[in-house]
Design a protein around this ligand. Sequence first.
Ligand code: GTP
Length: 377
Amino acid sequence: MNIIGLGLREFWQRLRAPPDALMLEIGVGGELLVAKLRAGLSLALLLLPLVNIATGEYTPSEGIAGMFGVILAVAASQALLVLAHQQRRFRWLPWLTTSYDVSLTTFVLALLAPGSLAASLNSMVVWAFYLIAICMTALRNDGRLTLYTGALAILQYAALAAVVFALARAPEQLASADYGTARVSTVLQRLLLIGVMTAITATVVYRMQRLVELSGTDGLTGLPNRTLLVHHFPGVLDGARENGGSLTLGLVNLDYFRRINDEAGPAIGDHALRHAVGVLRESLEGGDLLVRLGGEEFALLMPLPAGRAWERLETMRRDLATRPFVPGQDASPLRLTFSAGLASWPQDGADLSQLMRRADLRLSQAKLEGRNRVVAR
Ligand SMILES: Nc1nc2c(ncn2[C@@H]2O[C@H](COP(=O)(O)OP(=O)(O)OP(=O)(O)O)[C@@H](O)[C@H]2O)c(=O)[nH]1
């Protein structure tokens, strides 16, 4: 069975893999959205005990107990909302909040047990919050979180059912006029439904990851594209600010590339571009991000101060200049070189566009000075 052209094994492997930087960045927005939804829902729940007291369904003491529970839920959801605003600092937050959502559902189901054992297993309204919790993991773009939430819901609901069936001393205790009869078969069906919802949500996460990957990748070289750089940059900048790190952006442009296209043809030009990218890639280190901006222009984001970034690009420049591209067996080698301009945060600019502008000026200077060079000042 294939899912958008890929095998089930890859689907499974991808779901269990940690999300990349871009997916995490999008997930930060998703976590905030979930926190806002949770806070809004909790506030709406405040009305429930009031309505039940007004309609005479609750005694005042039940109403006060209900109100107390809802106030606790509101306070917790507000605290989670505050944390979600700073989620870049708390990467574990989605795991905490989804555990909270599932456990709160189980807790409320358990609270129904003293009144009616059937209600604690059959209450559709409360049980549906398991499905909502699983659904909301799709907004965090992390397949592992979806699988964890589904598994937690299955474990908790199965454990609750085991306790409820153990507590029932007579079959009548499992029957209720309002909630029907709690049966093992019904519990199994609901566990299956939780499993199905988990599988559907996991597929949505997977497809979203593939789409983001495709929209953020350049088809010719396989490098990330400008869109990814723009999304990725704020997170990298925040990281550098918080850890007192360095950041340098390099703009790299191949020299006289038009000649290669004109003399050897665009198909060979494409191969030459891939060759150049292959050489640049060999010198990349952890934390570097090489991006194809378009045409024969690339950006390289490095967690380094200007001096060390210049050395890294100099190594790349020498490597490329000394390793010509060989188009075919009898074809003569084509020498490729690049020019580059560097700009460092914070001295050359406070954001991506300022750094781009400064690096571009230095790239033009490198071209004017004769090409095949890296200009940092
Ligand atoms: N084969 C191929 N050529 C491309 C691609 N993207 C851009 N080009 C070519 O790259 C060339 C860029 O030419 P110019 O902008 O004049 O720059 P240049 O010839 O490299 O000269 P300088 O940058 O001034 O050193 C054009 O001929 C484009 O058609 C691509 O994806 N494949």
